[in-house]
Design a protein around this ligand. Structure first.
Ligand code: MRU
Length: 351
């Protein structure tokens, strides 16, 4: 039995991150003591995936409080606010980042009359709670999602929405793991996911490690696979789901959704409620991160494109809600019309 993947964890007063840039070749963990270095780790994709980014940022704030020299609550909260702002500037699309930072900000503010040692402890406990809740949410959504999966399903996924992208277990891969744990014989087609290769490097690494039958395809093969009848359903993760169900996820997800519609293959999104942003009305309002051209022009040290060619590198795209058969969450599977069903999900949570 392989031990569960823990991409983000707290140990001996340090934040430990598994360096995802080095997988699958090398399993290297790095220890962090300063929030500025944590922000850098998020920006440079040492850690990536919407829920994992949120958890990491929360621990980043806890580290800022621990390393602050402040002796009174006012000064400590000032230092915490600087870290909150700095961490919020790392990546714009995944709403889990802002959701987690809001959560720790509220904890800091509620504790503003407490001794500084208590504020520090509460921030750390909150970060750990965000981590633990994420694993529990993924297991629950995996349970719900597994009910949608036929006994011998061939599932296509894009990018990595696995244990590595979360605090553990995964969202899209949580659904796959949930189905496997119920004894279903699942085979997975993993899109390679240019340019950072999350599918080829990370999804394949996780699934092979768990003994799940996995075939990597390049991004431009998914249409042919669908046309040949080799895909029963698609499940992907999300970086931000707007109030109307429009979903931002890794660039190329939209293409897969359009192809799935053409071939009458159900296309599902799996995500915890922390990825749903009712304050963003629709996909047009989701900020899309544009990353460095170098991710496209180079593969390792090798240059792929000629000097002078312009390059685009949007990290995410938006899949319109009408292409999504269901949104799988820890509170169950939500169906269209999403404006109503997603609002109800949060109303139920408030009770
Ligand atoms: O740029 P990344 O690797 O952070 O993008 C990750 C994705 O797009 C994932 O599919 C998404 O965050 C969901 S993770 C459970």
């Amino acid at each position: 039995v392989t031990s569960p993947i823990a991409p983000v964890r707290w140990e001996h007063d340090r934040l430990i991150l598994l360096d995802q840039r080095l997988l699958p070749g090398q399993e290297l963990e790095r220890a962090y003591a300063r929030w500025e270095d944590v922000a850098d780790a998020i920006r440079t994709l040492v850690v990536r995936g919407a829920p994992a980014i949120g958890v990491t940022a929360a621990f980043g704030v806890a580290l800022a409080a621990r390393s602050s020299r402040a002796t009174d609550a006012g000064a400590l909260l000032g230092d915490v606010e600087i870290a909150l702002k700095g961490l919020a500037e790392t990546r714009p699309t995944a709403v889990n980042l802002f959701w987690a930072l809001d959560r720790v900000r509220r904890v800091a503010e509620a504790a503003r009359h407490q001794p500084v040692a208590d504020i520090r402890q509460r921030l750390l406990s909150e970060a750990q709670a965000i981590l633990d809740e994420d694993v529990a949410a993924n297991r629950a959504l995996g349970d719900h999602g597994a009910t949608l999966v036929p006994p011998r399903a061939r599932i296509l996924t894009h990018c990595n929405a696995g244990a590595l992208a979360t605090a553990g277990y995964g969202t899209a891969l949580g659904v796959i793991r949930g189905a496997v744990e119920r004894g279903k014989r699942i085979t997975v087609l993993a899109d390679e996911t240019r340019p950072f290769l999350q599918g080829a490097r990370l999804t394949a690494w996780e699934l092979v490690r768990d003994g799940i039958d996995t075939t990597v395809i390049t991004d431009n093969m998914s249409g042919a696979m669908m046309r040949q009848g080799k895909v029963d359903l698609v499940v992907v993760g999300a970086d931000r789901i707007a109030a109307n169900g429009d979903t931002a996820n890794k660039i190329g997800t939209y293409t897969v959704a359009v192809l799935a519609r053409e071939h009458n293959i159900p296309f599902y999104v799996a995500a915890p409620l922390s990825t749903i942003d009712l304050n963003t009305p629709d996909g047009d309002h989701i900020p899309i991160e544009e990353r460095s051209a170098r991710e496209v022009t180079h593969l390792g040290g090798a240059q792929l494109t000629p000097e002078g060619a312009r390059v685009r590198n949007p990290a995410f795209d938006v899949t319109p809600h009408r292409l999504i058969a269901g949104i799988i969450t820890e509170r169950g599977i939500f169906r269209p019309p999403y404006t109503e069903s997603l609002a109800r999900a949060f109303a139920a949570q408030a009770c």
